[in-house]
Design a protein around this ligand. Structure first.
Ligand code: UDP
Ligand code: MG
Length: 320
């Protein structure tokens, strides 16, 4: 593989590496991020471009990015979205315009070390399609980590690629994987899992993790909950299969219980006590039914969202 630029396009020679960074209200972090990232990539010695996707920030991020673009002509590209479309859609907006043979993603909040990007790229060059980072000593609150645990478990089952950390967005991909992902038109998706459905050789290496430098996490509890639901139904039919299985099981148990009561009536006589126990059991099943209904709704809602075919994101401005 060559580390040299290959083609000359309207934007200049194609770089070897494209780094895509979603940005949502990160004014405190952008300057330092750009400084550390460019330093690390300059040292690595290959040609690169950094694509910042401003996901509808309401703070100074947009101006700071425009300035960074002016200061680093040809290396820093900026895409401004019209409003907040969410982290993964922002990354997709970047994916659609990458030019490098290798593509890396990174958060803007400096929780990931920009210096780790060349390490991931080096690992990719050893013959992998995707290399993920697994955050060591993750510096987040427990309610931020709990949904992640669940997600790792579910995605491990669904994509059949076990990974310690599906949530880490510090990742490197070969261009063909990114292009396969670009073909997917669904709106609410999860890039690390999607990538693993296309990649053959996947690896994961430990990366450092820092507490958030400035600003605060953009994921509220509600947003996390919604995303977790979304992910469960977005990549698998396992939940709905489980519900059907449970239904079958309960029906069989009920049948057995009926037979038991019938025999008991013949032998001992009719029963009267235990009415409230019956209520308790009833409530459990009513709850399960509601859950099943809600789950069904998730799938239907997903179908509805996709058939509308709304644009996934809208670009307001591009600085190339
Ligand atoms: N982000 C974004 N749009 C959003 C939410 C987040 O572009 O709607 C960006 C954010 O600026 C950051 C990255 O996605 O660069 C990860 O966000 P955050 O650090 O808040 O998530 P956490 O670390 O809590 O998972
Ligand atoms: Mg973060």
């Amino acid at each position: 593989m060559t580390n040299q630029p290959i083609h000359d396009g309207p934007l200049g020679p194609e770089p070897y590496l494209s780094v895509v960074i979603p940005v949502y209200n990160e004014q405190e972090n952008l300057e330092e991020l750009n400084r550390r990232l460019t330093a690390a990539l300059d040292q690595a010695g290959y040609s690169y471009e950094i694509i910042y996707v401003n996901d509808g920030s309401q703070d100074e991020s947009s101006d700071i990015l425009a300035r960074l673009h002016d200061e680093h002509q040809g290396r820093v590209r900026v895409i401004d979205l019209t409003r907040n479309f969410g982290q993964h859609m922002a990354v997709f907006a970047g994916f659609e315009v990458v030019r490098g043979q290798v593509v890396a993603t990174l958060d803007a909040d400096l929780q990931n070390y920009p210096e780790d990007v060349p390490i991931l790229v080096a690992r990719l060059e050893e013959g992998f399609d995707v290399v993920g980072g697994a955050r060591q000593n993750r510096r987040d609150s427990w309610f931020r980590r709990l949904p992640s645990k669940m997600v790792n478990l579910v995605f491990g089952l669904v994509t059949r690629v076990r990974m310690k950390d599906y949530g880490c967005m510090l990742r490197a991909y070969r261009r063909h994987v990114v292009e396969s992902m670009n073909q997917c038109v669904e709106t609410h998706t999860y890039i690390p899992a999607l990538a693993n459905t296309f990649a053959q050789r996947v690896d994961e290496i430990p990366v450092r993790h820092a507490p958030r430098q400035g600003g605060e996490s953009k994921y509220s509890l509600l947003k996390l909950l919604r995303q977790s639901f979304d992910l469960m139904t977005g990549f698998s039919f396992l939940p709905i299969h489980l519900v059907s299985l449970m239904g079958l099981l309960v029906a069989l148990l009920g049948l057995g219980f009926g037979v038991f009561l019938f025999v008991r009536r013949l032998v001992v006589g009719p029963e009267v006590e235990g009415v409230f126990t019956l209520f308790a059991i009833l409530f459990v099943f009513v709850g399960l039914q509601l859950l099943a209904l809600g789950l069904l709704g998730e799938y239907v809602g997903r179908i509805y969202r996709e058939v509308r075919r709304r644009p996934r994101y809208v670009v307001r401005r591009r600085l190339d």
